[in-house]
Design a protein around this ligand. Sequence first.
Ligand code: WQD
Length: 340
Amino acid sequence: MKTKILVTGGTGYIGSHTVVELQNAGYEVVIIDNLSNSNIGVLDGINKITGIRPVFVEGDCTDINTLRKLFDENPGIKGIINFAASKAVGESVQKPLLYYKNNLNTLINLLELMPEYGVKGIVFSSSCTVYGEPDHNPINEGAPIKPATSPYGNTKQISEEIIEDYIRSGAPIKSILLRYFNPIGAHPSAEIGELPLGVPQNLVPYLTQTAAGIRKELTVFGDDYNTPDGSCIRDYIDVVDLAKAHVIAMKRMLDNNDTDSVEIFNLGTGRGLSVLELIASFERATGVKVPHKIGNRREGDIEKIWADPKKANEVLGWKAEVPVDETMKNAWTWQQKISK
Ligand code: WQD
């Protein structure tokens, strides 16, 4: 009998790659997604990779009756991975209530129903954004949580606190909080990948669309930072490596009875790369030039952040493995496919 996992936001970018790895690891997957920032065609991509079409429920997790119906109609769910959230930093500044309502009500509804339906644990999609501008790098899980620099980041901080408070109150559940650094790339099959709606806010989709001629030129947001080449530094982690970490976390949470009720892991490579270095990696890996210019800094950007992944490496037994050039090649193959 396969262990059944609910993946909220499972047709999204990281969600879909995680569904593939859950299925590869023998889990049965149920997806709920309101398709507000993803495409139902992703189910075909997942099916092409694994040969298994996940159960799909189109619905909004902010409606507790929708979730209750899902649990009634899909009995035996043992774990949840919660990706369902609005995630655009800039948009969150313009529409804070949308972010607080969507991201927090989704989580609260899931937590409320878990004990009632015998769901043992929830893996939460958190972000390195909770650290703000770190005092030093690399950054480990004990680093101070800084005041959020956006409502989006604040929803991640508040969500972590909601989970901890609920479990501390005696809720019979466990949780693992995964703080992602910068997820990039696409599945090597080019059957799933990132599908940004409108003008991409994130670097890699904007870069690949520029390489594909969809965008005229990539603007590097500042080269006057206190970094070796002046551009910002991030820890870019391959999306498949990231997805695999979720499967390991789920197994640990459900199968180990001697782990803490809440555990936190930074998911990164441990290597910082600048914007200009990432552009160079793409051009080296693909042979395709990316027209780019230096522009002004982007409001709210932090200068540099990269992970100390020691805890995830040693406790989870997980390590980022995909070389960045390979990640860039996969991103390009995916871009070429969706640009046809
Ligand atoms: C990376 C670097 C930009 C676009 C955000 C969220 C984080 C997570 C990932 C959701 C920065 C530079 C970008 C461009 C550029 N989101 N850049 N030109 O801001 O590190 O993280 O996305 O979970 O929570 O905060 O990612 O890809 O937007 O930017 O120069 O056209 O690329 O200045 O230095 P970021 P990003």
